[in-house]
Design a binder for this molecule. Sequence first.
Ligand code: ADP
Ligand code: MG
Length: 727
Amino acid sequence: MAVTMETPLARVLGPKTAASMADQLGLHMVRDLLRHYPRRYARRGEMARLDDLQKGDRVTILAQVKSVSTRRMRQRHGTITEVTVGDGAGSMKLVFFNNRHAKLAQGGWGLFAGTVGSYQGSLQFTHPDCHMLDNADGDDDWARALVPIYPASKDVSSWVIQKSVKLLIGAGGGFGDLVVDPLPDEIRSRHGLLSLAAALLDIHRPTTMDDVEHAAHRLKWDEALILQLTLAGRRRAAALEPGIARPRRPGGLLDAVDAALPFDLTEGQREVGEELAAELDREHPMHRLLQGEVGSGKTVVALRAMAQVVDAGGQAALLAPTEVLAAQHVRGIRQLLGPLGRAGELDGAADGTRVVLLTGSLKAAAKREARAEVADGRAGIVVGTHALLQEGVDFADLGLVVVDEQHRFGVEQRDALRAKGSRPPHVLVMTATPIPRTVAMTVYGDLEVSTLRQLPSGRGGVASSVVPMGEKPGWLDRAWLRLREEVAAGRQAYVVCPRIGDVSGADDEPEDADGAPDRDDDRRPPLAVLDVAELLRAGPLNGLRLDVLHGRLTPEEKDGRMRAFAAGEIDVLVATTVVEVGVDVPNATVMVVMDADRFGVSQLHQLRGRVARGKHAGLCLLVSEASTASSTGQRLAAVAATSDGFELARLDLETRREGDILGAAQSGTRSGVRLLSLLEDEELIAAARAEATALLETERGLADHPGLAAEVAALATDERAEWLEKA
Ligand code: ADP
Ligand code: MG
């Protein structure tokens, strides 16, 4: 029977290896194995870099056995074998006890994989995995100078994978038949791409790194094109969905909102507003992402869209990531609408609507009441958290879903809310973390994008500085003095810490590790809200009205403290990242971030966005023990140096592992994306996007490209689609 891409691996490799590959690496079919690309390539001459090795590093080296010597140990029973291996550029010692070394003959070339240890000050491998490259079984790999090193697992080593792959491609002429190229020839020639068979050969058995690069370029094209076809397909399907037009109606809630706004809209807000107004008026649901700098005023844009929908007889739902934020939105909207938001109450306007809050922490009776108002349509504007998504929340006529701070929600949640409309409602997704273009084209690729670049005028701006504790310990005292000055001038401040603190003795997790760099190190534990608040109260901020805010408080407590802070009854709020997103207290001017190096770039930018939201200038101090010369110190300096969220988003992308952003994308072999890099492949992604759009715009769509259609279908039905959902 001929082998095809769909042939189960068990049939090619035998049941035992296939089972391990399936269980441990998720490889089931020939296709999976061929798309299991080397992580890197070992080559001769690499040992020159052994100097860079550190104890604990896991490495694979390609080297020749120089000497083997076995002796009895003096202190203990048994033997020790020392093997020196080298590659002409450097050498390293391998150590084996009691003849556990395999046939390591002098002069042979092999791959040695293990964890670097040290003994008496010099680095060595103890009991490394050894794989001798042996010409006898036709293994010419060492001669190629580039040996593929594969992502491996406990029972499937890199060399087992190498041999298995070789079995498939070693079929020689047959290999071209086995591999059916899904890419249309025009696209291939237009972009100068290798055939799939050639690319697979070169990625698995390259002669030079140039081979690898060309092959990878072609294989990335597959990934990008399939992804963009999927996304373009979604956009098209969405555009064809029947929806309900929600036209503007003069003299209604929207006009009332405009009249009540205490400021003029910025040009950007007006433009995006027009865009939304027109789209809401169409009989197909809007699917739009509104991205905008922190503080650019997205909320009012959303509120105006919601008002238009209410005027047209529908309901609008605003989904917020936290209870604090949901409560704040409701307060703001109610205040702006005045009597128009209190229809049915004594002082309410008869032609108004109701603004309802629906969160998990509502008391049962209040929840019932809120649900009833949502179900019978009295509530025109419904604001809530995840509770909105639950069963039992039914809308009379849901016309618009607004998702605030999208990075906290996945597509699934968006869809859950959308499903609550009788016909698909319009959807507006807002994100305050500006996202790089590549992310917009991938993770959010099924949405049209609007951008607010401009901040409302009259903002004081935020001056940011790093306070390097190691080098300038005195600066922290000055920071607290500055904070006191601001408070004396009537302003307010936030002090943010990475952790809540020990009350129970339990070691609490950081409240939100979102985007923060790794924590699995042996640094001291991060500073905690409760401890820092105590120290500040007793010391530098003595006499100020100081309170804490964190995730362990009840929702009522949180809301109470946010209100008190907003009302100016608290001078200094010591908090976790619960204040990170969306919190809007215009009188706050100082943000001190303790252990700033424990936060991600976008997070810091978000935190900084909490101050200088009114007319007063703001101050943001990033306190850190990291040395200013370290990469961490430089990351902080970069945050301090620019207030351009787009630039920082890019920096963030560089410092975070891309897998975090793409969700499961890079962690599993089931994802559609293995080689594509959001950072480096912007042009390729854009080109693939254009090709995908063009392909789908032709009358026959993918009908003439069964290979592509099959890959798109596979991505859609597979769990792979999952990664698209995890923003
Ligand atoms: P974000 O885009 O970060 O969600 P918000 O919508 O919370 O920002 O707006 C930030 C602050 O700016 C709010 O206090 C809001 O009332 C105010 N604001 C919004 N638009 C304008 C404007 N055009 N002029 C002045 N202030 C504005
Ligand atoms: Mg906001």
